[in-house]
Design a protein around this ligand. Structure first.
Ligand code: ZN
Ligand code: ZN
Length: 477
């Protein structure tokens, strides 16, 4: 049975499983008392079976003595029949190492070092919290997905409960609440702050305008139109396919009418109590949220609108354009990861549809966002020379793509570029990805890392978490 060695943690004397340094101690036989004092002995690192290729790793992540002959030999001075030395194993995830020791530099007298083989693992701590009423982070479900890449998760401290807000977007302000009343995490570079939140999105503003007079269906003077036509509803789609802000009490910002007079003079007037005539159209596509509905279409009650217009218009009014500024759900995401620091927020309600997301769906978002924190998905990965670990020109990750429907860097395994829409405009988007690091996903989306992402996670140095800390040169050549 191999023993886990968490190579990304900091070396602590006495905590043998932490860091890539393993403190080896051996006793040396003497022919006559004291004859070994001041002499030198040797430890040898013994990779077991096949291990990850050396050219993926810089010198400080390789087994010590990689550039020597015999390979992986480390000298140690002998005092009082003892030699001891912290020796560095490699950082390739899942690799196994054993050791030998002896008095001869060529290893010809080397004996096996007692103990189990060490298996290379990384440990990531989670300082987790959830908004009141939102489900907490399920670390057990997460760990199983990271087993194939030898990353283990452990909770830092207790699960914190924070106040509930309907929508959040600013990762920093949310996760800072997880530190309230607590000292900073002990493993600060290997701890991810994770907050389970209600919905992720922004209250953004959009404007819809249309000429309401002369109406297409009525020819005549504006005053006649106002007085003779009763009833009627204008139905306007929220521009760019967006959804209204769900709060029924607070979604119209303002309504104004632009009056154009004979000769071209213009007059802009704000209309009062817009909530009495600008309404959400729940007969069209809409979604129920806790605080109201998110609708694709609004309706304008012409009877109420006319009563206001009639008091504002003059005999020489030739044209009236109505202008509605409303709040809509902007930047809806299931989860977000900070691009530098290890901070994550995960939504537990769907940002557009308002429904509670099932445990399986939430678990996928958690796996995806922590993938970013562990460095996915870099555009370039470094390559090093086998013998001296000199940095060579980087390799391009053929699965990488940026934006194309998502936010940031993602994996296009199994995906194809399609014609789609971004913010209501035609654009190239990626569709049908089969890796969990694809930018979009719901309950039915795949949950596992593709081969490329697995390999990236296995070679990632997780001594300092965060996308740009794991691959500092991963973004441009
Ligand atoms: Zn992502
Ligand atoms: Zn992938």
């Amino acid at each position: 049975m191999a023993k886990k060695q968490y190579v990304n943690l900091n070396f602590k004397d006495g905590t043998q499983s932490e860091s890539s340094l393993v403190l080896l101690k051996a006793s040396i036989d003497e022919k006559t008392p004291g004859d070994s004092n001041g002499q030198v002995g040797y430890f040898f690192i013994e990779p077991q079976g096949s291990v990850m290729a050396l050219d993926m790793f810089p010198a400080h992540l390789r087994p010590q003595g990689f550039d020597k002959q015999p390979k992986y030999s480390i000298s140690a001075s002998i005092e009082n029949k003892q030699m001891q030395e912290p020796v560095r194993i490699g950082s390739g995830a899942g690799d196994h190492y054993k050791f030998k020791y002896g008095k001869l530099a060529d290893g010809s007298d080397a004996k096996s070092y007692p103990g189990d083989a060490l298996e290379v693992w990384r440990k990531v701590f989670l300082r987790a919290g959830h908004m009141k009423g939102c489900p907490p982070l399920n670390i057990g479900a997460l760990s199983a997905d990271y087993d194939p890449v030898s990353i283990e998760f452990a909770q830092d401290g207790g699960e914190i409960e924070i106040a509930r807000e309907h929508y959040v977007y600013d990762i920093n302000s949310v996760v800072s609440k997880l530190n309230q009343g607590q000292s900073p995490p002990e493993h600060s570079s290997q701890t991810v702050m994770v907050a389970m939140v209600d919905r992720i999105g922004t209250r953004s503003m959009i404007e819809a305008s249309e000429q309401v007079w002369p109406a297409k269906t009525f020819i005549g003077k504006v005053r006649d139109w106002i007085q003779t036509v009763s009833g009627g509803t204008l139905r306007w789609k929220v521009p760019n396919g967006n959804l209204t802000w769900p709060d029924d009490k607070d979604w119209v910002f303002l309504v104004r009418a632009l009056f154009t007079k004979k000769g071209g003079a213009e007059d802009i007037r704000f209309l009062s109590s817009p909530e009495t005539f600008v309404l959400k159209d729940t007969s069209y596509t809409h979604y129920q949220h806790p605080e109201g509905t998110a609708c694709r279409q609004m309706k304008i009650d012409m009877d109420v609108l006319r009563k206001q217009l009639i008091t504002l218009m003059t005999d020489d009014t030739e044209k009236i354009t109505l202008d509605v500024k409303l709040w809509f759900i902007g930047s809806p995401y299931l989860g977000l990861a900070n691009s530098v620091e290890p901070k994550v927020i995960v939504g537990t309600l769907h940002p557009l549809w308002g429904n509670a997301i099932g445990g399986g769906g939430i678990a996928k978002t958690v796996v995806h966002e922590l993938g970013h924190i562990c460095g996915l998905v870099p555009h370039y990965v470094p390559v090093y020379s086998e013998d001296k670990a000199a940095e060579e020109s980087p390799e391009e990750n053929g699965k990488w793509y940026y934006a194309k429907g998502g936010l940031g860097h993602h994996c296009g395994e199994g995906a194809t570029e399609e014609n789609g829409e971004i913010d209501g405009k035609p654009a190239k988007v990626m569709g049908g990805g089969s890796c969990i690091m694809f930018h979009a996903g719901d309950e039915s989306a795949p949950k596992s890392f593709c081969g490329v992402c697995q390999s990236l996670l296995k070679r990632a140095d997780l001594a300092k978490l965060g996308l740009s800390n794991v691959w500092p040169k991963g973004w441009s050549k």
